[in-house]
Ligand binder design. Structure first.
Ligand SMILES: Nc1nc2c(ncn2[C@@H]2O[C@H](COP(=O)(O)O[C@H]3[C@@H](O)[C@H](n4cnc5c(=O)[nH]c(N)nc54)O[C@@H]3COP(=O)(O)O)[C@@H](O)[C@H]2O)c(=O)[nH]1
Length: 936
């Protein structure tokens, strides 16, 4: 401002003095008046000065002209008198000279310097312009004296006087007119300037409607200034209006924005605090205004809790925008801490000078919490990723570069110093056999056909082998047109899983014991072989091999021996087949061979198939050596040829099975071909199995009893026997379904049913006062049930029956498998109070041993020994021996299968205390005997 004022003043720079400044302060009219007076004075003085100078110059020239004129005259007039020393003439001449107006005085000096004559003009006033003319009077070299004449310019002075007087008169009139004009102009200018000033003052006071009235101020500079001023005022008015609108808008924004806003001046004192800032700091704007901002905005590092400086000081220092550091907390007036984020920016005036700082911030506590939690999660994820052994890859499709993390580099066997490989190298590293599939899956994902890229492939493990890697990925970035730009994914070593899968697959399709294909694989191969034979017009044979009495080996020698036998059998059978044929183990002692490429003619194909079947059968004839013990085994072989009409693979298998069954029925160790009758029988067996599943739930099982009598023929006990009243077949004997029930496990539920019904019958007998005991057959499968004893006790308890009234019949063969477990279970049963009976005694292997070891109550002499009585001496001897043995061990004895009086008589004679057989009563429905015993 100072400089602009200086430029506008009259007295620039150093010449400006206090007086000048004072003059500057005078009103324009006064300045004009003074200016006019000074100019007029200067003009008059200059005019006078010039006139005086002109007169002086004229006077000098006049005097010089007089001297030139006078000198010869004086010489001529006075030289002679002087030579003649004629003083009178000299005096006369001198007087004549003085008589002239322009000579004030004449002095004549003799040659000795004495004054001869001196005459002065009377009372002549000294004039400003005069000169003394000295004229020597000489003739040749002779000096006669000197004349001194004092000249003046009186004539000129008079003329000059008139001239000055008239000039002054003209000048005075001119100056007066000029002063009058100047003052008038000054008033005119002053009035217009006053209007300008008033308008400017109005403007300064904020009256933006004030105008100088430029059009009325004329066309000169003041008029132009007025118009410029009016334009400017109008523009300022508009600008101010806009500013007001803008300010109110800004104010509204600042009041309503979600961010806190603090403004300070250059001294870092608060000049503004918006409502959010008030809420966040706890200060009202009125309280905060003028205070140091550091008092209002206290911030600290969230991690250390230590106070930190506001960025405002740095903004003032640098003039740049400064962001808040991360982890910044705002400490409100009441001590509440909130995470804030944002920045401080400089405020500048129109000239660009820094006049303050505005700091905008917002509460990011929630975002901070989320970010912290996100970082935690990311850390956890990284840890989990590390723990999981997953590697990460990130593929930029724009340049096909693939970033790899440390684990991914390890898995791909990439040098640790490299962080990225190309996509081509990634593919190159895959096993050649896996590349195409992996690439296809990748392309499918990029094309959007599958949501995720998933592939498994092998890569070199760096030790000469291959490791299986599983990779999953997904497009994580797309270009504007939606095409994939980036794919991110994981890598994992799935070698173990692959090995496990291979193992599972092996287990799924191969028999673990023999290494042969299992039923599933057999079916698949059979399906293929059948289809192929059909296509090429050949025949094939399905050969079913079932070992005869293998169960006996298993039961008598244990599973370990049985397993070894099966392995050797598998090896022998395999050795008799071609590589193109398949040998499978269905389970247990069942093997199946698929023989292919047989001639199309049925008889010829049959002959070939029979030869193979025979070869297989005979392969087993040589004894097997297991642990130094020789074992002999035979096999029943069934053959079905294919293709056979539309018979499926399953049907072919059941055909071969039926043929094998026929071989069994024909005496075992033989080869049989399938025929439809066999198939019928096999189908029926299958149907029976299905029906048996429903027998219990449909209430088709029935309790039959067969009495046991003492030596006097009195019924003392009865054997409970199961019957199945089949809906279409009628009554089915146990021999037809018990083995099936044992195979399928249904015997467990059926056995429980039998025990429950037998106990219920005992209850009724008790209620009727009939002391008849009941024995129930228990199968090996039932006995192996871990909770069998508990279940039996529960049934006894539910029916309220004394355990001692119940006898459980077990077979010798049960004792040969899992003997320890069975013995323990029998003791547990014994402890419940039930009695234990050995069925079919004498047909087993180690009768003597268990008679000593087991808590037995009774033995039943097998029907096979009773059959031959009374004539067969061996049977008599055996029966007598068994009876003697039982007596020695204190065991009850029941002879079963007694059909004739002779048998009964003989048994009585041998001392058999109890008998059972058709002679005393066939198995009948329990109700039949109950009625009989009750005498109804
Ligand atoms: N686990 C279970 N097994 C049971 C159950 N019910 C029966 N069975 C088993 O079935 C086998 C056959 O029983 P069944 O056809 O009832 O034959 C019994 C009698 O009918 C038959 N018998 C009896 N007396 C004579 C006779 O004078 N001559 C002759 N030919 N047969 C006769 O013997 C069978 C009873 O024998 P046993 O059990 O050895 O005392 C049967 O052997 C049981 O194994 C059951 O509920 N559970």
């Amino acid at each position: 401002m100072k400089s602009s004022h200086a430029r506008a003043g009259w007295w620039p720079g150093k010449w400006r003095t206090a007086l000048m400044r004072r003059i500057d302060a005078w009103p324009f009219r006064v300045q004009i008046g003074w200016l006019t007076a000074v100019i007029a004075g200067v003009v008059v003085l200059l005019a006078l000065g010039l006139g005086w100078w002109a007169l002086s110059l004229g006077a000098q020239r006049l005097l010089a002209a007089q001297e030139r004129l006078l000198r010869p005259i004086v010489e001529a007039a006075l030289l002679t008198p002087m030579i003649e020393r004629d003083q009178a003439t000299v005096a006369e001449v001198v007087r004549e000279l003085v008589r002239g107006e322009s000579i004030d005085r004449v002095v004549v000096l003799g040659h000795d310097g004495r004054v001869w004559q001196e005459v002065a003009a009377p009372a002549s006033p000294p004039l400003p312009w005069s000169s003394e003319l000295r004229i020597p009077l000489t003739q040749g070299s002779l000096y006669f004296g000197e004349v001194r004449v004092r000249l003046n310019a009186a004539a000129l002075a008079d003329a000059a006087g008139y001239l000055v007087a008239s000039a002054l008169a003209v000048l005075g009139i001119g100056v007066g007119v000029a002063v009058w004009l100047l003052l008038g102009w000054g008033r005119h200018v002053g009035a217009r300037l006053a209007r300008l000033e008033q308008a400017a003052q109005g403007l300064a006071r904020g009256d933006f409607s004030r105008r100088a009235g430029g059009d009325d101020l004329g066309c000169d500079e003041i008029g132009q200034l007025g118009r410029v001023f009016d334009d400017m005022a109008a523009r300022i008015g508009r600008t101010v209006d806009q500013l007001v609108v803008s300010e109110s808008r800004v104010s509204a924004i600042l009041q309503s924005i979600g961010d806190g806003l603090v403004a300070t001046d250059a001294a870092m004192r608060v000049t503004y605090l918006n409502p959010i800032a008030q809420a966040l700091t706890g200060w009202t704007e009125a309280e905060a205004l003028g205070r140091p901002v550091s008092e209002i905005m206290r911030i600290a590092n969230a991690l250390t809790g230590q106070p930190v400086d506001l960025p405002i000081a740095r903004v003032l220092e640098t003039g740049h925008i400064v962001g808040l550091a991360n982890h910044t907390e705002l400490i409100a007036r009441d001590g509440t801490r909130r995470h804030i984020s944002d920045s401080a920016a400089p405020i500048r005036d129109a000239s660009g000078a820094l006049v303050g700082v505005v700091m905008v911030f917002h509460d990011v506590s929630e975002a901070y919490r989320l970010r912290t939690s996100l970082e935690d999660n990311r850390t956890r994820l990284a840890l989990a990723l590390e723990a999981s052994g997953f590697g990460l890859w990130d593929l930029q499709l724009t340049d096909d570069s693939m970033l790899l993390d440390k684990r991914a580099r390890e898995l791909l066997n990439v040098d640790a110093s490299r962080t990225a490989i190309s996509r081509g190298e990634w593919v190159e590293r895959m096993h050649p056999e896996d590349r195409m599939a992996a690439q296809r899956r990748f392309s499918a994902h990029l094309a959007g056909e599958v949501p995720t890229y998933e592939a498994e492939f092998r890569v070199a493990d760096g030790r000469g082998g291959w490791r299986w890697l599983g990779s999953r990925g997904r497009v994580t970035e797309r270009l504007a047109d939606g095409s994939p730009r980036r794919v991110t994914g994981t890598l994992a070593d799935v070698s173990d899983r692959k090995a496990a899968q291979a193992q599972i697959q092996y287990l799924a399709f191969y028999d673990v014991l023999t290494g042969l294909p299992n039923r599933r694989l057999l079916q698949d191969r059979l399906h293929q072989a059948e289809a192929l034979a059909r296509r090429v017009g050949e025949r094939g044979a399905l050969i079913f091999i079932d070992l005869d009495r293998f169960k006996n080996v298993n039961d008598s020698r244990g599973h370990a021996v049985g397993d070894q036998l099966l392995q050797q059998v598998a090896a022998r059978l395999g050795s008799r087949l071609r590589a193109a044929d398949t040998l499978a183990r269905l389970g247990g002692d069942e093997f199946v061979a698929i023989v292919t490429e047989l001639p199309p003619a049925l008889p010829v194909a049959g002959k070939h198939a029979h030869e193979v079947g025979e070869s297989l059968r005979q392969a087993l004839h040589a004894p097997f050596d297991i642990g130094g013990v020789s074992y002999h085994i035979t096999a029943s072989v069934g053959i079905a040829l294919f293709p056979d009409g539309n018979r499926s693979a399953d049907e072919l298998l059941s055909s071969a099975d039926a043929a094998m069954y026929a071989a069994k029925q024909q005496g075992r160790d033989r080869v049989c071909f399938f025929d439809p009758a066999m198939q019928q029988a096999a189908t029926e067996r299958l149907q029976l199995e299905n029906d048996l599943h429903d027998a219990l739930t449909r209430g088709e099982l029935e309790l039959y009893l067969q009495p046991q009598v003492d030596a006097q023929g009195r019924t003392v006990a009865a054997e409970a026997l199961m019957r199945w009243r089949h809906p279409t077949k009628g009554l089915v004997n146990p021999g037809a379904f018990i083995p099936l029930a044992e195979e399928t496990g249904l015997i467990v539920a059926m056995g429980d049913w039998m025990l429950q019904r037998a106990c219920a019958m005992l209850r009724r007998l008790d209620d009727a006062g009939l002391p008849i005991e009941i024995s129930v057959n228990v199968s090996a499968r039932q006995l192996r049930e871990a909770d069998f004893v508990a279940r039996l006790q529960r049934i006894l308890g539910e029916e309220g029956v004394f355990a001692s009234r119940l006898t459980l019949e077990i077979t010798e063969s049960m004792l040969l498998t899992d003997a320890d477990q069975v013995v323990a279970r029998l003791y547990a049963l014994h402890r419940t109070g039930v009695k234990l009976s050995i069925d079919d005694f004498g047909t087993g292997y180690s009768s003597m041993t268990y008679l000593k070891q087991l808590p037995l109550h009774e033995i039943k002499i097998d029907r096979a020994f009773v059959d031959g009585l009374p004539d067969d001496a061996n049977d008599s001897t055996i029966t007598r021996a068994i009876l003697g043995l039982a007596r020695d061990f204190g065991l009850q004895v029941v002879a079963e299968g007694v059909e004739t009086d002779a048998q009964a008589e003989r048994l009585r004679a041998l001392g058999c205390p109890r008998m059972q057989g058709y002679l005393f009563g066939r198995p009948q429905p329990a109700e039949h005997y109950l009625r009989q015993w009750l005498g109804h």
